[in-house]
Design a protein around this ligand. Structure first.
Ligand code: 1DF
Ligand code: MN
Length: 340
């Protein structure tokens, strides 16, 4: 049986953005230490970094060849972490728009191979909402990507909810992609070298997901759909304990921000979130995620070019699941979620 594989968390970064990152790293003091740990490495001179930077800029033949070599029919592209979220609001807004234009152009050249998510600047929520509307309405993008916290601020803060309002009205999902922990959280991660994709990403983004759930975002926007990578940043594993402790905390009135919700925390995770397998080509956890979230809410992703392993799809090809669930994982769920 021939199989279409769609990969849903695939990164690009135009030279314009990478140049800005390099300028920041050279000039600025007082930079976010997480940004320095990430792009201080990737903007460097190691052969791994050089190869990564070459791949991430390429929206043409090189990328298509890698997709062919790894069995990927279509990438859903998004601007690499931390995207524009480390710049001031005006700079971030301008770069987001330019990156979205370039992404749309690449998709126009290869409509059968690429789809994309809009970069937005949460620093200016009203303008971010407008850019999401432009990205979807005029550029044909399929949702937004937000690289977790913005200068230590989380989207449960109501000042950001214009963005949810726009996504909800457009009926498009928001991909909550990881980034390094913010300054107030990063010290024990950074000193041990664990701030990045090895672990810090997941801790920080899992926290962000749980903050969204417990703050009541999904009671205000019950149909809002969000996407998390890395099989849900470990939260699926925590559902039982979170439900138990949430119930106990609500009953005792233990904290003013842990209040009554219309559904159990795990219900929001199962109903409002979709997860992708990015970076998690490991059968036991994919099966676990499917079993607790449902096969309709788990999508394939590769995390190109950060975790590019050409033979990786063997793992998912060989999952002991029905053909119909495999079709959902590779194709059907992505087509439905992103409206491809
Ligand atoms: C890494 C991984 C970097 C992911 C990323 O963006 C990223 C990494 C800067 O390995 O350093 O998107 N990832 O999603 O796992
Ligand atoms: Mn990623």
């Amino acid at each position: 049986m021939s199989r279409i594989r769609i990969a849903a968390e695939e990164a690009f970064a135009p030279p314009e953005l990478l140049d800005r990152y390099r300028q920041l790293l050279e000039a600025a003091t007082g930079l976010d230490p997480g940004f320095v740990s990430l792009w201080g490495h990737y903007a460097g001179k190691s052969s791994q970094a050089t190869q990564l930077v070459a791949r991430i800029q390429d929206l043409g033949d090189g990328r298509l060849r890698d997709m062919d070599d790894s069995g990927i029919a279509k990438q859903i592209l998004s601007l690499s972490a931390p995207g524009v979220q480390i710049f001031d609001a005006a700079t971030a807004t301008g770069i987001a728009a330019s990156c979205n234009d370039q992404l749309a152009e690449a998709i126009r050249r290869h409509p059968d191979r690429f789809a994309g998510l809009a970069a937005i600047a949460p620093q200016d929520p009203a303008t971010a909402a407008k850019e999401l509307e432009r990205g979807v309405g005029r550029l044909g993008l399929k949702g937004a990507i937000i690289n977790s916290h913005t200068s230590g601020e989380y989207l449960d803060d109501r000042k950001f909810w214009d963005i949810f309002e726009a996504a909800n009205a457009l009926g498009v999902p928001i991909y909550l992609h990881p980034t390094t922990p913010p300054p107030a959280m990063i010290a024990p991660f950074a000193e041990s070298g664990l701030a990045g994709a090895i672990y810090g990403f997941a801790v920080e983004t899992g926290l962000h997901m749980l903050r969204l759930i417990t703050s009541g975002v999904f009671d205000r926007f019950p149909r809002l759909r969000m996407v998390a990578g890395h099989l849900g940043e470990a939260l699926p594993y925590w559902m039982f304990r979170v439900d138990f402790m949430h119930r106990a905390m609500v009953a005792s009135g233990r904290h003013p921000r842990v209040g009554r919700l219309e559904r159990k925390p795990s219900d929001y995770l199962r109903e409002n979130f979709y997860v992708t397998t990015s970076g998690m080509a490991w059968q036991p956890v994919i099966l676990f995620a499917q079993s607790v979230l449902g096969a309709d809410h788990v999508l394939y992703a590769q995390d190109y070019p950060y975790q590019y392993v050409p033979e990786e799809v063997k793992v998912t090809d060989n999952l002991p699941i029905s053909d119909s669930d495999k079709h959902k994982l590779y194709q059907e769920n992505a087509e439905k979620l992103f409206g491809l």
